[in-house]
Design a protein around this ligand. Structure first.
Ligand code: NAI
Ligand code: 15L
Length: 274
C-alpha cells in the first residue's frame, strides 16, 4: 500500500523515451497492440508509423517531461546515457533525467514505468555467482551507479506514490550476440517485447527487479522470484554459440573482463577528475 495512494487506471497510451536509440528503434513499430496511442520521444523527432506519434523532449527539462506525460499512460524509459561517460553527462541524462521522469510521472498520473536498468548495476559480481532479484548491487562504473540510483528512485515512487515499475537489469540487447560474454547476457528484441506485454498486462506489478536475458543456457541470472509475471523468454544465444566460438579468441580466466559479470566495463578508464 502506497503512502499517498492515487488512482492510476490501465493506460490507453504508451510513451517511449529514448525511442531514437538502439532499443527504441528496434522495438518501435511493434508496440501498436499494447495501447491506443504510442508516443515516441527522444531529443529529436523520430519516424512514426501506425498509431505512433513523435514528441521530442529533453529529459533534463522537467516541464517538457510533464508535457510529454500529460494525461498519464505507461512509460518505457529507454532514454539517457547508455555507456560510461564523464560524470557531468551521467548527472544530466541519468540522474536529473530519471528524477524528472519519476517526478513528472507522479504529477501527471503515469501508471507504470519500465525502467531500463543495466547489468552494470551488478557488474562487479563474479561470473561464478548466480544472481536473483535479492542479490546486492555492485556497480562497475559511474554509469552502473546511475542505474542503481534510478532503481532507488523507482522504489521510492512505488512505496510512496504507488507508481509501479519493472526494474529491468538488461544484459546485452542487440540484434544478435556478438561476443562470448553475450552467450550469457544476450536479450533478443522479441523477448524484450514479450516482457513489455507481460508488464502491461500483469494485474499487480509492484516494483520487481527482472534480469533482462533470453533463454541462454550459459546465463548467470535467475528470474524465479518474478515468476508471477509469466515471462518466458523464447530466444537463446545458444543458437549463435558455434559461430561465436569460431570467431572469438579463447577467453583468459584471469582477465577481470572475463572474471566479472560486467565484462569490459569493470576495467574501463575511470572518467573522474584529474
Ligand atoms: P542508446 O544510447 O542507443 O539510446 C539512448 C537514447 O536516449 C538516444 O537515442 C539518446 O538520444 C536518448 N537521450 C539521451 N539523453 C537524452 C535526454 N537528455 N533527453 C532525451 N533523450 C535522451 O541506448 P540503448 O542501447 O537503446 O539503451 C536504451 C536504455 O537501455 C538505456 O538507458 C541503456 O542504459 C539501457 N540498457 C541498454 C542495454 C543494451 O544492451 N542496449 C543494456 C543495459 C541497459
Ligand atoms: C549496457 O548497459 C549498455 O547500455 C550496452 O550498450 C551494452 O554495453 C550492455 O550494457 C552490455 O553489458 O553488453
Amino acid at each position: 500500500m502506497a503512502i499517498f495512494e492515487t488512482d492510476r487506471p490501465k493506460a490507453s497510451r504508451l510513451i517511449v523515451t529514448g525511442a531514437g536509440g538502439g532499443i527504441g528503434t528496434a522495438i518501435r513499430g511493434q508496440l501498436d497492440h499494447l495501447a491506443d496511442e504510442v508516443v515516441l520521444s527522444d531529443l529529436a523527432d523520430v519516424t512514426v508509423s501506425g498509431n505512433e506519434r513523435s514528441q521530442p523532449c529533453d529529459l533534463t527539462d522537467l516541464e517538457s517531461v510533464r508535457v510529454l506525460f500529460k494525461g498519464g499512460g505507461d512509460v518505457l524509459h529507454f532514454g539517457g546515457q547508455s555507456l560510461e561517460a564523464p560524470f557531468q553527462n551521467i548527472l544530466e541524462a541519468n540522474l536529473v533525467g530519471t528524477y524528472n521522469l519519476y517526478e513528472a510521472a507522479r504529477l501527471e498520473g503515469v501508471r507504470r514505468v519500465l525502467y531500463a536498468s543495466s547489468n552494470h548495476a551488478i557488474g562487479f559480481h563474479s561470473r561464478e555467482n548466480t544472481l536473483d532479484a535479492g542479490s546486492p548491487t555492485i556497480p562497475d562504473t559511474l554509469y552502473g551507479v546511475s542505474k542503481v540510483y534510478g532503481e532507488g528512485l523507482a522504489q521510492l515512487y512505488f512505496h510512496k506514490f504507488g507508481i509501479e515499475s519493472l526494474l529491468l537489469r538488461i544484459g546485452s540487447c542487440f540484434p544478435k550476440p556478438s561476443d562470448l560474454r553475450q552467450l550469457s547476457t544476450w536479450l533478443s528484441y522479441g523477448d524484450l517485447i514479450r516482457l513489455i506485454e507481460r508488464m502491461i498486462e500483469t494485474p499487480e506489478l509492484g516494483c520487481p527487479v527482472v534480469y533482462g536475458a533470453s533463454n541462454n543456457s550459459e546465463g548467470w541470472w535467475d528470474n524465479s522470484l518474478v515468476g508471477f509475471l509469466g515471462w518466458k523468454p523464447q530466444d537463446s544465444a545458444d543458437d549463435y554459440r558455434d559461430e561465436l566460438i569460431a570467431k572469438c579468441e579463447a577467453p583468459d580466466p584471469l582477465d577481470p573482463a572475463v572474471a566479472f559479470q560486467g565484462g569490459a566495463f569493470v576495467k574501463m578508464d575511470h572518467p573522474g577528475s584529474k
